[in-house]
Design a protein around this ligand. Structure first.
Ligand SMILES: C[S@@+](CC[C@H](N)C(=O)[O-])C[C@H]1O[C@@H](n2cnc3c(N)ncnc32)[C@H](O)[C@@H]1O
Length: 215
């Protein structure tokens, strides 16, 4: 099952953004407009460095939206922000073009809509980004800290969701937005919600396809 998923995402990597970017951007708009960023800042106020993890980041659409959102808030501008991008589909990760601050870089691939360009020069944030090609289930293999966990439309794909939930719980990750694609199948939701209850989420939001667990 796992291998099939990876193959699927690797196979569609050339068309992923074309197929899904608009939908994923809309999901970010939906959830970000309902998330309490001021409360997140309050939770992290005393921290100089904020560690963020995008689990199942794909081609980086979710991360790009997140950076654009954080950039709206003055409060995040005097923090160091460290973002780790995790995905098992190598070819999706390769679609992320990262341009560091001060770097003048042009690649013809940047004209191709199926690449996601994250140009840190465009933001007034002090950000470092790294990509890791791995399964979410193996998160404990890396030494990481996480103040804010973001996962957009990835958790329905994992073969051992319970394992990931236990990792998030044991790591005591206090702030998160986790979405799960349930495609409107209400009858499957009780079980999913029961699993996420272990994380003591504060809010549950739904659109027609996804359920979002928020803390
Ligand atoms: C629909 S895409 C979402 C990608 C990205 N978050 C976005 O919003 O565009 C689902 C992602 O989940 C990833 N995925 C599948 N199994 C996973 C696992 N076990 N752990 C972490 N990510 C996984 C896939 O490789 C794919 O990138």
């Amino acid at each position: 099952m796992k291998i099939e998923q990876d193959n699927y995402y690797n196979e569609i990597s050339d068309g992923y953004n074309n197929l899904y970017k608009e939908e994923q951007d809309d999901k970010c708009k939906f959830i970000f407009s309902r998330y309490n960023w001021n409360e997140l800042f309050k939770n992290l106020e005393l921290k100089e460095k904020i560690n963020i993890l995008d689990l199942g980041c794909g081609t980086g659409i979710s991360t790009l939206n997140l950076i654009e959102e954080l950039n709206k808030y003055k409060k995040f501008k005097d923090k160091k922000i460290n973002i780790i991008l995790i995905d098992p589909a190598k070819l999706l990760l390769e679609k992320i073009i990262l341009i560091e601050k001060g770097e003048m870089y042009h690649d013809p691939k940047m004209e191709n809509e199926n690449y996601t360009v994250i140009d840190l020069n465009e933001y007034e944030l002090d950000i470092t980004i790294s990509k890791i090609n791995m399964y979410g289930e193996n998160l404990n293999d890396i030494n990481f800290e996480c103040d804010f966990l973001f996962s957009l439309t990835a958790l329905q794909n994992v073969s051992n969701l319970n394992k990931i939930i236990e990792i998030i719980k044991n790591k005591k990750i206090k702030n998160f937005i986790l979405s799960y694609l349930y495609r409107g199948k209400e009858n499957e939701l009780d079980k999913v919600i029961e699993l996420f209850e272990k994380l003591e989420f504060k809010k549950l939001l739904k659109n027609n396809k996804d359920i979002f667990f928020v803390k």
